[in-house]
Design a binder for this molecule. Structure first.
Ligand code: HPA
Length: 255
């Protein structure tokens, strides 16, 4: 594949509807056997590489997590040539070192979602695949992300367990207590089935989680904690995202 082909893709989550620095952008309105992706795919140049960007919820955030067509999104990026996919996921923080504005690269997942089509084996006649998923994220991309963070002096939590909830509502404090007991460090609504589908497509897929808020009941302020607002979520995502360009530059330089 030529150096100009799309090999790397980024999926943006809540508050991340464009990729800063992406230049000479072409737009692809893709279609797949699984339907249309969440919106246009923007393909451009970033640090000398052809990079595709897709806003998971649509560029106007019209799609709630359970309505995202995860299969179409990944299939479309795969069909464009992407073999490495960096998923940006906005999350709540459960573990004490995963507070607002922290960036984390989870290494494990617990899936609490339901009713989402989580496989490409759904249609009659499609081959049945039991994808290996003990390590749910791509080891190579995770390692490159961690290296890139160190090289760019970007603070990064290097291991965490992502608990994927159904949403679109936030969790109760009891649900988060249970998730903490289960071993979850982060909570988000879009990590699954995306990671499993990526594995079925044999993509080198990793998640860069951006902590927008303390999960319910986890704020160290305790009883003085104020309820989570959308403004707080978006403000924290914006602040944390300021560190993405340097991290991506270091990542793509080593790619
Ligand atoms: N819970 C679930 N998903 C989220 C949260 C949360 O607290 N914050 C951002 N995405």
């Amino acid at each position: 594949m030529s150096r100009d082909a799309v090999a790397f893709a980024v999926i943006g989550g809540t508050g991340l509807y464009r990729l800063a620095g992406l230049a000479s952008v072409d737009t692809v309105e893709a279609d797949t056997a699984y339907g249309a992706p969440s919106g246009p795919i923007r393909i451009g140049t970033l640090h000398g590489r052809r990079v595709a960007f897709l806003a998971r919820h649509g560029e106007g955030h019209a799609l709630p997590p359970h309505k995202v067509n995860y299969r179409a999104n990944l299939r479309a990026l795969h069909d464009l040539g992407a073999r490495r996919v960096l998923a940006l996921n906005t999350v709540g923080g459960i573990r004490s070192d995963c507070g607002p504005r922290v960036l984390a690269v989870p290494d494990q997942i617990i899936d609490y979602t339901w009713g989402r089509i989580g496989t490409y084996c759904e249609e009659a006649g499609s081959p049945v695949v039991h994808a290996e998923f003990a390590e749910p994220y791509g080891a190579a991309l995770r390692a490159d992300l961690i290296r890139a963070a160190r090289a760019s002096a970007t603070p990064l939590v290097e291991t965490a367990c992502y608990g994927a909830t159904q949403g679109p509502r936030l969790e109760t404090m009891a649900e988060i207590r249970r998730m903490r007991q289960d071993g979850c460090d982060l909570v988000g609504m879009t990590g699954m089935p995306e990671a499993a589908l990526a594995r079925e497509l044999d993509l080198d897929y990793a998640c860069l989680a951006i902590v927008a808020n303390w999960a319910a009941g986890c704020d160290p302020a305790g009883a003085d904690a104020v309820p989570i607002t959308l403004a707080e979520v978006l403000g924290n995502v914006e602040a944390a995202s300021a560190r993405l360009p340097a991290l991506l530059e270091a990542l793509l330089a080593s790619d």
